[in-house]
Design a protein around this ligand. Structure first.
Ligand code: TXD
Length: 309
């Protein structure tokens, strides 16, 4: 049983950090792909020169040819344009749809059994296009959004309470955008409910900041969006698949009746193992949470209605 093969499509800000994290964690051999000549090759070579320092024995290569990704166990896709200040994630739709089509065809041709984690924005639309164009089953095509949004939720709660983020459990469902659904009622600090630790006003302020966290970083950086935390979030999902960790994580998953929705991608808790999504977990939501999730479902349905594949 050789090492896994992980292909990262997009060698930009996020892709470069993903390659570094996969290599440091020795999740498998890395192929970094981009359409820009030299970019994946240069970043791969730079990381390869650091492997020894990490005690890592994986291989890291860069390419502009999908054939070099052939037989990959898993792909993470960040190909596409990132937001500039003032742009919404949905503004990227048309451009990134064309890019995702190319990527999906490359994956379907060279690795028809692979698991595909999509990161590109607008996430809910890009992962939908990936599934439709590859024709892969829903277990093997899902998106990264909730793991990042939940990490932000956990960080802000930890910062407010002066505790370690690792001791905060938090969940964000829904689409990756303003319609995301942080669930304070399900948040706890080592089992102590958040609602016993913070008043409603403080919780609402955190929920608001979680929703705006992506835009906050875009506004600060001005030239692009967050990249270390999305890389970390997507690689943690890849690790659960490749190492069969059975983690329960909020991912953009294809719904077929769960949460009362069908035929769309939505951020919901899933169990991730060797084959990808092994189970979609249905939470008991209260009236307010259900309404927020339905609003998010409607937002994604409107976004998907604009897609012509
Ligand atoms: O939580 C989330 N899902 C989001 C996702 C968090 C942050 C960023 N989000 C989105 O990820 C962002 O809005 C973008 O759509 C993607 C990638 O963000 P990144 O910051 O890595 O963008 P870069 O640095 O511009 O990298 C994109 C790379 C770049 O090197 C391009 O040359 C390449 O994509 N690219 C392509 N690769 C393959 N194939 C094609 N056609 C292609 N076109 C561009």
């Amino acid at each position: 049983m050789g090492r896994a093969k992980i292909s990262l499509i997009g060698a930009g800000n996020i892709g470069g950090v993903q390659a570094q994290l996969v290599a440091q964690q020795q999740l498998g051999d890395v192929v970094l792909f981009d359409v820009v000549e030299g970019l994946p090759q240069g970043k791969a070579l730079d990381i390869a020169h650091a492997l020894d320092g990490w005690g890592s024995s994986v291989s890291v290569t860069g390419t502009n040819d999908y054939a070099d990704t052939a037989g990959s166990d898993l792909y993470i896709v960040t190909a596409g344009l990132a937001r500039k200040p003032g742009m919404s994630r949905d503004d990227l739709l048309k451009t990134n749809l064309g890019i995702i089509r190319q990527v999906a065809e490359g994956i379907r041709t060279h690795s028809p059994e692979a698991v595909v984690i999509v990161v590109s924005n607008p996430l809910d639309a890009m992962v939908y296009a990936m599934k439709q164009i590859t024709g892969f089953p829903r277990e093997r095509v899902f998106g990264m959004a909730g793991v990042l949004d939940s990490a932000r939720f956990r960080y802000f709660v930890a910062e407010e309470l002066g505790v370690a983020p690792r001791d905060v459990v938090a969940l964000v469902l829904g689409g990756h955008g303003d319609s995301m659904v942080p669930l304070p009622r399900h948040c706890s600090v080592n089992g102590v409910p958040l609602t016993e630790l913070l008043d409603a006003g403080a919780i609402e302020a955190i929920v608001k900041r979680v929703r705006g966290a992506g835009g906050e970083i875009v506004g600060l950086l001005k030239t692009g969006s967050a990249f270390v935390s999305p890389a970390s979030a997507s690689v943690s999902m890849a690790a659960s698949v490749l190492l069969d960790q059975k983690r329960v994580l909020p991912c953009a998953a294809w719904l077929e009746g769960e949460y009362g929705a069908s035929g769309i991608y939505m951020g919901v808790p899933v169990r991730l193992g060797r084959g990808g999504i092994e189970e979609i977990l249905e939470l008991e939501l209260d009236q307010a949470e259900s309404e927020l999730l339905q609003e998010s479902i409607q937002h994604v349905e409107r976004l998907l209605a604009e897609i012509e594949l």
